[in-house]
Design a protein around this ligand. Structure first.
Ligand SMILES: [Zn+2]
Length: 161
């Protein structure tokens, strides 16, 4: 891990529409920085852009892991502008040992992104996932899946209205 200051510039990002943004957003689009192509794992694109704009910040301090992932550690960024859990969607997927290193650094439990069945440090952690409708409770259930043993982990439930 290496601490670096990199430009507050977005290279690529997901494009989920956000209606009536109220900053800071608790959920937004994931992104990679540019020209350093680090996938940001703890801040949404909208929050980073808005924070940089209102603070006239041309750079931001990040902890870089394996030249792939950037974890914002800039003390100018208030905590509520960050995403407390990590997010890896759409980026390079960490191996178990890389995931542990980042979760430890972020002070998050390993169960956020690891099943516990991974015996090989090079194996993948919780990957894909999806959602289904629970017809008994009439809820949408989102889950992630262990790519090693196939165990399903529920991440959220929402009543269908
Ligand atoms: Zn597993």
């Amino acid at each position: 891990m290496e601490i670096k200051r990199i430009p507050t510039q977005i290279g690529s990002m997901s494009l989920v529409g956000i209606i009536n943004p109220q900053y800071p957003l608790s959920w937004g689009n994931y992104f990679s920085f540019s020209p350093a192509y680090y996938r940001c794992i703890n801040m949404w694109a909208e929050n980073m852009e808005e924070w940089a704009l209102t603070n006239n910040a041309s750079d931001i301090e990040v902890a870089v892991f394996d030249e792939k992932w950037a974890f914002v550690v800039d003390e100018r960024v208030p905590e509520e502008w960050l995403y407390p859990k990590l997010n890896f969607t759409g980026g390079p997927w960490p191996k178990a040992k890389e995931m542990k290193e980042m979760l430890d650094y972020a002070g998050r439990p390993h169960s956020d992104w690891l099943c516990g069945c991974e015996e090989d440090e090079d194996s993948a952690g919780l990957g894909g996932g999806g959602s289904y409708r629970d017809t008994k409770t009439n809820e949408y259930v989102h889950y992630t899946l262990c790519s090693m043993c196939g165990t399903k982990y529920e991440t959220s439930r929402k009543l269908i209205t």
